[in-house]
Every structure is written in structure tokens, then in C-alpha cells.
Design a protein around this ligand. Structure first.
Ligand code: NDP
Length: 265
């Protein structure tokens, strides 16, 4: 039986096992997917089990998406550019790091039929997921990407890798067509974003990378102000779909049960 893991710390919240095990069963594969909470100094040993054929693949989540890179032989172009790995495969006895968050985000936006080309995008946050958003938005033809982060220095580090992005101070307003919440504000139902969202105007896309809770206060306010809103559910499903395809060579079906698995949590 092939074994797959998602590694992170914390990891309790991860819905990846439910999703992957559902698809594994549906496709009659002899495999099992589990989660593993690791300390940073345990990451290398677990990855080495792939080369020993004890594990067939690993998903990586917070805070190890960069940590895993030195243990790998090669990175996909997306992983290289974002310096972020969320999926590890073995190919011709080489450990390959992939980033399927980029594909997940792209497909989630496409599903909305929203045209990113020539749009101005404001990203709130500068954490681990943001390089994947920037990479995808640039590829989709965004006109301008603005970053606003509580700790300005972290946004400035991102600018060193992507010189064309603009930075505004946390709390400042800027004209834009899309606002993305890429902070962790909203993971707890009562989290409030101390930004005056009403000053941004309406008819925008409010996108939250968080999918649990289903509607963060950011999305609630965005919706009440007359904007299109979308949470991170499909981004999550599509990144998992891409990882599944890399490991098993099968595009898994996104059926009602998949949506239920994520909605019922
Ligand atoms: P990080 O921990 O790397 O970054 C967290 C970000 O949130 C930082 O920019 C941090 O700002 C900001 N932040 C946290 N608390 C506050 C606060 N009280 N006020 C202002 N800013 C705050 O996390 P990730 O980038 O890895 O993940 C961010 C979110 O994206 C998470 O909720 C995660 O679950 C979600 N995610 C969803 C995915 C999906 O498929 N839908 C994929 C990947 C992530 P500062 O720098 O100042 O600390």
C-alpha cells in the first residue's frame, strides 16, 4: 500500500486526509493518506523515507513550505520562483518539489469567470501563501499588485523578489479591483480586520484564502458593501487535485461529496 502524508505544525486543522482518502477510495487505489505533526528538525528524515520507498509522496503546509527545499533535488518552475513547496514527488529517483497552490488559486479564479487581466490587485498579508498569489496574478496579466502587511518589512522582502509590486502601509487605502485577504485574520470566527473596507468602494472581487469558517468577517463585510465574494475552498480543492494528479496520474472528480467534506467541517 502506498503511503502519503501532509506535514505541518499545527496540522490538526488539515482537511487534506479526508479529501485525498476520498479520491483514493473512489479511484480504487491501494494507498492511504495521513497527517503528521513534525518539529523542524524531523522534516529531513521524513522526506528521506520517500527515496527509501517507504512513503510515496508528501504535502507540505505551514510552516514548512520553505523548510523542505534544501532536502529536495529539484524544484518545479512554480516552486523555484515562489520558493514555496507544497507537494513532493519522486521522479527517476529524484525528489521534486512542486507548488500546486499556484494552480489552485488560478483555477479558483477561473471558476469565477473573473478576468484578472489589466486589473489592480490589493493583497492583504505577506506570509507564506503570498508568493504563490503574486506568481499566479502576474501570469494572469494583472496590471498592478499592491501588498499591504501589518509588518511592512515582510512586504519589502517580497518586493526584493518581485520588484514590480507596490507596498502600502497597513490601514491605507488604494484604488483596486480585487482585494485578497491572505492574512490569517478570520480563522477564528470573531476575528475582525481593523481596516475601513467601506472606503474601498464596491463592485470589486473580495477573495479570502481562508475557507473555514466559510464566510469570514472580511467576506461578510465585502458582501454587504456590494462586492463579489469568494472563499478559499476551491483554491484548496484545486491544489489537492493537482497534487493527486502528480502522484497518481489521475484527475480526481470534484463531486458533491468533495464539497460536503469541506463544508461540513
Ligand atoms: P503566515 O503565517 O505565513 O502569514 C500570516 C499573515 O497574516 C502575515 O502576513 C501576518 O502579518 C498576517 N496577520 C496575522 N495576524 C494578523 C493581525 N492580527 N493583523 C494583521 N495581520 C495579521 O500564513 P500563510 O501565508 O501560510 O497563510 C495565510 C492564510 O492562508 C492562512 O489562513 C491559511 O490557512 C491560508 N491558506 C489557504 C490556502 C488555500 O488553499 N485556500 C493555501 C495556503 C494558505 P505579519 O507579517 O505582520 O505577522
Amino acid at each position: 500500500m502506498k503511503k502519503y502524508f501532509v506535514i505541518g505544525n499545527p496540522i490538526k486543522h488539515s482537511l487534506s486526509p479526508q479529501l485525498h482518502n476520498y479520491w483514493i477510495k473512489k479511484n480504487n487505489l491501494d494507498a492511504f493518506y495521513d497527517k503528521k505533526k513534525l518539529k523542524e528538525d524531523e522534516v529531513g528524515d521524513l522526506i528521506s523515507l520517500i527515496k527509501q520507498n517507504e512513503i510515496s509522496g508528501i504535502n507540505v503546509t505551514i510552516p514548512f513550505k520553505k523548510t523542505v527545499i534544501p532536502y529536495l533535488d529539484k524544484l518545479s518552475p512554480e516552486a523555484e520562483k515562489t520558493q514555496s513547496v507544497n507537494t513532493i514527488t519522486l521522479y527517476k529517483n529524484k525528489l521534486i518539489g512542486h507548488n500546486t497552490d499556484t494552480e489552485g488559486f488560478k483555477l479558483a479564479i477561473k471558476k469565477l469567470n473573473f478576468e484578472i487581466k489589466n486589473k489592480i490587485i490589493l493583497i492583504l498579508g505577506a506570509g507564506g501563501v503570498v508568493p504563490s498569489l503574486i506568481y499566479t496574478l502576474k501570469n494572469m496579466g494583472a496590471n498592478k499588485i499592491i501588498i499591504s502587511n501589518r509588518t511592512r518589512g515582510k512586504a519589502e522582502i517580497l518586493k526584493k523578489l518581485n520588484n514590480e509590486i507596490e507596498i502600502i502601509n497597513w490601514g491605507n487605502i488604494s484604488p483596486c479591483d480585487v482585494i485578497i485577504n491572505a492574512t490569517s485574520i478570520g480563522l477564528n470566527e470573531n476575528d475582525e480586520m481593523n481596516l475601513k473596507l467601506e472606503n474601498f468602494g464596491k463592485n470589486k472581487l473580495y477573495f479570502d484564502v481562508i475557507y473555514n469558517p466559510r464566510e469570514t468577517n472580511f467576506l461578510k463585510i465585502g458582501r454587504k458593501l456590494g462586492n463579489l465574494t469568494e472563499n478559499g475552498k476551491y483554491m484548496f480543492i484545486y491544489q489537492a487535485m493537482s497534487a493527486f494528479k502528480l502522484w497518481h496520474g489521475i484527475i480526481p472528480q470534484i463531486d458533491n461529496k468533495v464539497i460536503e467534506l469541506l463544508d461540513n467541517d
